[in-house]
Design a protein around this ligand. Structure first.
Ligand SMILES: Cc1ncc(COP(=O)(O)O)c(C=O)c1O
Length: 492
């Protein structure tokens, strides 16, 4: 169906939207299981489960019903009150997490839960440092961005943060033993962080670093981290925001390695689309820290969030979604492997359960770089009703765990069509199809002259001090000061 309804929404209201990221032009008005429907009546197969959150399918009736019931009871109380549903969700989380993880607290986002997990580790160990993977992702709050992606989003970074080189299996030099290479990187990492090792409160790791490129870690790496944590007296925090709750074919990604973490962070899928995250730790750590540390966040262990988490965990158990993720994931991987055998443009099929990555590679004569190639493929899929969200040319497939064979086959057919077009060098991005994205680019990369003027202005302390003085002595009318600092073009 082709109407302009989506664009009309943007035309009427777009000027009120802060373009915090690159939004699609399609305005979504309905969702169901693995499908989005936009305001123009087009349907899309969602291969991303929203932002990897709609684990049990969009709008699962049992989830909606449980939350509706909770809406009639209690949505929120002050942070210092709990309600029955919070106790029930905590008990369920203890039931489905490994080993002696037992006590939990709920928050809203993954970054928020990670922040709390680090506070917990610092209190528990009396140390302040953190070790994260160079290709790890912990979120984009101020603190978590110091850990994410080697801290490249954090300038300046936080003190006492160190990075461990990521043994990405895909980077192992040909002919090298994977195990030897991993150990060499590990040794090098310890050398790099030599000055910090005595002061590490926590090592934080994702069982499959997803945003770093859907990275496969070598067998034994998580066990190495466990040993390192024990050796230096740090806690091992496993961030299961993406790998958790059945996604990899086990309840938790860490279970594939049989490693017992001290703290587990659940986020994204645990709320089934509602903002919920959780930190779960052992009774010993929780009780010890509770004596010294109080934590407060406005939506800590909210009733509605707990209801969502409880419903999601119950649905996963009732519908055997962990087993289903293993089965559907094995099918999808096998079919992708078969496609990779037929088409040189598809490589590096990897992952576990329904957490699958692959890379798309252009033929040597193609003018497309990795970003343009990824965009061209996304557009190709979009036009044929399939929604994917790659990192440049690295694709991550993480659909709701309810996805079935017919939907997987539909995706595979469209992907093969795209690979055929790629092999014939017919795959091209159409340019800035997204009018909103084009506007964002203009905003971000405005004139270099304006940037230079802005830099000069904000880096001129004498001018700033004289301006402040004038403002304090009342020479500058109230409000003018702020305006003039924001707009260099008006001040120069
Ligand atoms: C492994 C991991 N940790 C933490 C986060 C941050 O979660 P949120 O975006 O909910 O803050 C993400 C988000 O993608 C993630 O993938």
């Amino acid at each position: 169906m082709k109407t302009d309804n989506s664009l009309n929404w943007w035309r009427q209201y777009g000027k009120y939207v802060l373009m915090a990221t690159r939004y699609h032009d399609q305005v979504i008005v309905a969702v169901d299981d693995c499908t989005y429907r936009d305001a123009d009546g087009n349907e899309y197969l969602d291969l991303n489960a929203g932002t990897m959150c709609a684990l049990v399918g969009h709008h699962h009736p049992q989830l909606v019903e449980r939350m509706r019931r909770q809406l009639d009871e209690v949505i929120h109380t002050g942070t210092s009150f709990l309600s029955p549903v919070v106790f029930q969700a905590s008990a369920k989380l203890a039931e489905v997490t490994p080993g002696d993880l037992q006590k939990s607290v709920f928050f809203s986002t993954g970054a928020e839960a990670n922040e709390y997990a680090l506070r917990l580790a610092r209190q528990s160990t009396g140390k302040s440092g953190v070790l994260a993977l160079t290709k790890g992702y912990s979120g984009l709050t101020w603190g978590m961005s110091a850990l994410t992606g080697g801290g490249r989003h954090a300038r300046p970074s936080l003190p006492d943060v160190g990075y461990l080189l990521t043994p990405d299996v895909g980077d192992c030099p040909p002919g090298r033993s994977l195990n030897d290479w991993m150990l060499e990187l590990f040794e090098h990492s310890l050398e790099l962080n030599r000055g910090l090792l005595h002061n590490v409160a926590a090592i934080i790791v994702e069982p499959i670093p997803s945003t770093g490129g859907m990275i496969t870690l070598p067998d034994g790496f998580l066990r190495l981290l466990r040993s390192l944590a024990d050796e230096i007296g740090a806690l091992l925090i496993v961030d299961e925001a993406q790998t958790g709750m059945g996604r990899t074919g086990k309840w938790w990604g860490i279970e594939h390695e049989g490693v017992q973490p001290d703290v587990l962070v659940a986020a994204k899928g645990i709320g089934g689309g509602f903002p919920v995250s959780a930190v779960i730790t052992t009774g010993r750590i929780a009780d010890d820290v509770a004596r010294r540390m109080s934590h407060y966040s406005s939506h800590q262990s909210d009733q509605l969030a707990a209801a969502a988490a409880l419903a999601v965990m119950e649905i996963i158990q009732q519908e055997l979604l962990v087993e289903r993720a293993a089965e559907m994931g094995a099918y999808l991987q096998a079919q992708l492997d078969a496609l990779a055998a037929r088409w040189a443009g598809l490589r590096g099929v990897r992952g576990r359960g329904l957490m699958i990555g692959f890379d798309v590679v252009a033929p040597p004569e193609s003018p497309l770089d990795e970003t343009a190639l990824g965009e061209a493929l996304v557009e190709f899929l979009h036009e044929r009703g399939v929604h994917a969200h790659p990192l440049k040319n690295r694709f991550r497939i993480m659909p709701p765990l309810t996805i079935g064979r017919p939907q997987i086959d539909r995706f595979l057919n469209v992907l093969e069509e795209a690979l055929r077009a790629l092999a014939a060098d017919r795959l091209r991005p159409h340019g800035p199809r997204s009018q909103q994205a084009a506007a964002l680019v203009r905003q971000r990369y405005g004139s270099p002259l304006v940037h230079a003027a802005q830099w000069a202005w904000t880096h001129s302390p004498q001018e700033l001090v004289s301006k402040l003085r004038a403002s304090l002595s009342g020479n500058v009318p109230n409000g003018n000061f702020r305006k003039s600092t924001q707009s260099p073009s008006q001040t120069r």
